[in-house]
Design a protein around this ligand. Structure first.
Ligand code: HPA
Length: 245
């Protein structure tokens, strides 16, 4: 079954016909909120709001271990995460949908593995391709089928937040090879891999990153809400198409 993790701007799926909500507990604590189960285009689908339904959990406070564990526990095999990001590369302006293919992790202090603690065997996952190639392909096909433009491939820099970056930090991320910046890709992607879940992210550009484009003098928080609302309508269409495939 497919699950969607909604980020900022996507705290629910308007096109989801809800059948039940379930509060879950895991060995890692409580997920960000109850899992919502329902159907889209007649197909079963689950939804989890990453920041909680009232948008109260900051990126560095999200219990990623509990979230991914809860999904796995509910027989989810495939996770599409939706994440709002800042655009570093010129072509990734506000409102664009991007399907990243790589991650650089700058986060710290987050519980980022299931493979630790007393008695846990030392285990290393292959993470060369952090996003599941087959799932990325299916998302691209879905986007095309419903006429939504989606850029294929970007390097997502995962920062700690919750503050946005300085202009110099964005310059450094670009020198490192990053074209998008967000706060939630890690450890979410790595935990998905540890659990054997298919995982990919639809990144929604909310703003130009600090010091870029119309954010040269600062990032306007007022504009972000408007941009995300319009862009999430496109994301919902892609998800509907993906569910129907
Ligand atoms: N930086 C980090 N995360 C973000 C941004 C940004 O500019 N916009 C949306 N999420």
């Amino acid at each position: 079954m497919l699950a969607i993790i909604g980020g900022s701007g996507l705290s629910g799926l308007a096109n989801l016909e809800v059948t039940r909500r379930q509060v879950l507990r895991t060995p890692y604590g409580e997920p960000s909120g109850p899992l919502t189960f329902g159907t889209i285009a007649g197909r079963p689908i689950a939804f989890l709001a990453r920041h909680g339904y009232g948008h109260t959990i900051a990126p560095h406070e999200v219990n990623y271990c509990a979230n991914m564990w809860a999904l796995k526990d509910q027989a989810i095999t495939t996770v599409v995460s939706v994440a709002s990001v800042g655009g570093i590369a010129k072509e990734f302006g506000p409102g664009r949908l991007v399907l990243p293919n790589q991650i650089i992790d700058y986060t710290w202090g987050r519980q980022s593995t299931y493979f630790e603690g007393p008695g846990a065997k030392v285990t290393h996952i292959d993470f060369t391709e952090p996003y599941t190639p087959g799932l990325r392909e299916r998302i691209l096909v879905a986007a095309k089928a419903c006429g939504q433009e989606m850029a294929n491939g970007a390097v997502y820099a995962a920062t700690q937040g919750p503050r946005l970056e300085t202009a110099a930090e964005i310059d450094r991320l670009e020198r490192d090879g990053a074209s998008l910046v967000g706060m939630t890709a890690m450890p979410e992607a790595a935990l998905a891999r540890e659990l054997g879940l298919e995982y990919a992210t639809i990144a929604v550009v909310a703003n130009y990153a600090a010091g870029r484009g119309d954010s040269v003098g600062g990032v306007s928080m007022d504009k972000i809400g408007v941009v995300l609302e319009a862009a999430m309508a496109k994301v919902r269409k892609v998800i509907e198409q993906l569910a129907a495939q």
